[in-house]
Design a protein around this ligand. Structure first.
Ligand code: PNS
Length: 165
């Protein structure tokens, strides 16, 4: 059956940094489930259905990858998926504290599940969905930071980017 991992997140929207981590994880695992959080408590810019559509289109037919949504505890989703590894991307030191807390809490909730951290290409070290929204909403250029389909949707929402200076 091979080793299966879950790559969870808000993916609001999916960026090229996420795709980079996903590609790296497919080299380590036979199957990877990109899992989009649908908890109503967490505010998101795009609704779950939109985030799912953008992620599915961006992932395309990448071998071994499926895109799903989940509600509730992440560790419960892993059990349901028969997976025991969580993939997370880590960028700068500033990500560490939040990631450390999450990994420890998930371990407390289910000690059989491990979290594996992968570092994206340095070109995406500063990239986040939040910054993408901010730049796109101020008509800055997000070319190369998000998949082409996501860029189109951002332009539909905020208007076209002005291009790089
Ligand atoms: O992209 P994000 O917002 O950093 O992803 C955070 C995510 C979805 C991984 C995290 O919020 C999560 O796992 N939520 C599910 C609820 C849960 O299991 N909480 C306890 C573990 S800290």
């Amino acid at each position: 059956m091979g080793k299966k991992a879950v790559y969870p997140g808000s993916f609001d929207p999916i960026t090229n940094g996420h795709i980079d981590i996903l590609e790296r994880s497919t080299r380590m695992f036979d199957r990877v489930v990109l899992a989009i959080l649908g908890n109503p408590a967490k505010d998101s810019v795009f609704p779950l259905a939109g985030r799912l559509r953008m992620a599915r289109e961006s992932v395309g037919d990448m071998a071994g990858v499926t895109v799903e949504t989940f509600q509730g505890l992440l560790v419960d989703f892993l059990v349901q998926q028969k997976a025991d590894v969580i993939i997370r991307g880590i960028r700068a030191v500033s990500d560490f504290e939040y990631e450390f807390q999450m990994a420890m809490m998930n371990r407390r909730l289910n000690s059989r599940i491990e979290t594996v951290y992968l570092m994206p290409s340095e070109s995406y070290f500063y990239l986040s969905s939040h910054l993408v929204h901010e730049v796109a909403s101020l008509n800055g250029d997000v070319t190369g930071l998000v998949p082409a389909g996501v860029q189109k949707i951002l332009e539909g929402k905020y208007g076209p980017g002005k291009g790089r200076k």
